[in-house]
Design a protein around this ligand. Structure first.
Ligand code: XUL
Ligand code: CO
Length: 437
């Protein structure tokens, strides 16, 4: 067992009056909300890539993170030590899940065979630590964007060999995810897009992406992996345009290529805002299509136009997220996955605790607030009543397919004009939400 955080004991729930920065004020894992514990509602997950591999480097400067347990080498021993530290952290935090890319947990070797061997060695350590702590893998994924071979993308590369490499890599990552009993597997198209259309056969690249996903579906069946597949929408960065640009584009792609039955969406806040949408918009689009699977919880900065991946602390945002999640039946296989990183200036190990505690408390408040709004019922009643004209008369006829243009013309000629509409009451509803925050 590792002891990297010697001065930190298990983070406890101390309630809203506590002034202890290393305590939960709102996240009380056992407390029930709408008949289910907060732990089961929120299914918090820690991401390996930011929390244990983030260096704090940015385009203007080197890494700043103090991680005394990490010798900075690419050795398997260093990677194993890191796993022990990661589980010490997650255990003390009380996070029930974690998520990784293959290349965050294990170093790349000189060739694919060696790389796979490294991954096997680390998977063994991950398995031991999962068994020791009971912490589970929310999802695994393959990093198909960092290595220079993926310069033109992975499954959408112009180089067929790169497609083959990516397929072999995903096959292995799926096997390890399956072996670690992962609840899911995520596809984020890191470089599946283009920098310029001048050199791009968009149709061919999209067909290759679909073929790749079909191969993954087939291999999933062969492997007997029962976890959920997710696609994670993001409009741009690193490429100028990514094919999985937002929830609607992903759903259209999945439908066009007959993949709808096999994938759900993993919606990320900062990706939604980069797409020019709100997180709640993306959740509603995914949820309405029955494809809301999981969320990557973070937030951007309104003044910065890139993926800053900050920890979410805005209670208004978490309330909106939880309203949508509860409406669509909650997280089944998915979780609230903190795809977020501490700021470059927050370089001490303890900052990792502050960041996650803040995110978990913000979501716990969002959950409780959303549940209170639902119990109050005024918001739901308002929305239902707003559509009352569809419940009877001509509205019911249209919805049930019993009226066409000719019937509607006859109806409207008789009526003379549409009945007056009621106010949308946006301001009243915004005030209503604030009653609960
Ligand atoms: C990148 C991003 C990824 C995915 C997993 O913006 O969100 O970390 O979550 O590949
Ligand atoms: Co993400």
């Amino acid at each position: 067992m590792s002891a990297a955080f010697k001065n930190i004991t298990k983070i406890q729930y101390e309630g809203p009056t506590s002034r202890n920065p290393l305590a939960f004020k709102h996240y009380n894992a056992e407390e029930k909300v709408e008949g289910k514990t907060m732990r089961d509602h929120l299914r918090f997950a820690v991401v390996y890539w930011h929390t244990f591999r983030g260096t704090g480097s940015d385009p203007f400067g080197a890494g700043t993170m103090q991680r005394p347990w990490d010798d900075g080498s690419q050795s398997v021993e260093n990677a194993q030590r890191r796993v022990r530290v990661a589980f010490e952290f997650m255990e003390k935090l009380g996070a029930p899940f974690y998520a990784w890319h293959d290349r965050d947990v294990a170093p790349e070797g000189a060739n694919l065979r060696e790389t796979n061997k490294n991954l096997d060695a680390i998977a063994k350590t991950l398995k031991e630590e999962q068994a020791r702590t009971g912490i589970r893998l929310l999802w695994g994924t393959a990093n198909l964007f960092s290595h220079p071979r993926f310069v033109h993308g992975a499954s959408t590369s112009c180089n067929a060999d790169v497609f083959a490499f990516a397929a072999a890599q995903v096959k292995k990552a799926m096997e390890v995810t399956h072996d670690l009993k992962g609840a899911g597997y995520t596809f984020w198209g890191g470089r599946e897009g283009y920098m310029t259309l001048l050199n791009t056969d968009l149709k061919r690249e999209q067909e290759h992406l679909a073929r790749f996903l079909h191969m993954a579906v087939a291999y999933k069946k062969k492997l007997g992996f029962k976890g959920q597949f997710y696609i994670e929408p993001k409009p741009k960065e690193p490429t100028k345009h990514q094919y999985d640009s937002d929830a609607a584009a992903c759903l259209n792609f999945l439908r066009e290529h007959d993949l709808m039955d096999h994938f759900k969406l993993n919606i990320e806040t900062n990706h939604a805002t980069l797409a020019g949408h709100s997180m709640q918009h993306e959740l509603e689009v995914a949820g309405s299509a029955g494809a809301l699977g999981s969320i990557d919880a973070n937030t951007g900065d309104e003044l910065l136009g890139w993926d800053t991946d900050q920890f979410p602390t805005n209670v208004y945002l978490t309330t909106q997220i939880m309203l949508s999640l509860l409406k669509f039946g909650g997280l089944a296989t998915g979780g609230v996955n903190f795809d977020a990183k501490v700021r470059r200036e927050s370089f001490e190990p303890v900052d990792l605790f502050h960041a996650h505690i803040g995110g978990m408390d913000a979501f716990a408040r969002g959950l409780k607030t959303a549940a209170a709004i639902r119990k109050d019922g005024r918001l739901e009643t308002f929305v239902r009543d707003r559509y009352a004209s569809w419940d009877t008369g001509i509205g019911a006829k249209i919805e049930s397919g019993r009226a066409g243009f000719a019937e509607l013309e006859t109806y409207m000629l008789k009526q003379g004009d549409a009945a007056p509409s009621a106010s949308g009451r946006q301001e009243m509803l915004e005030n209503l939400i604030n009653e609960f925050i």
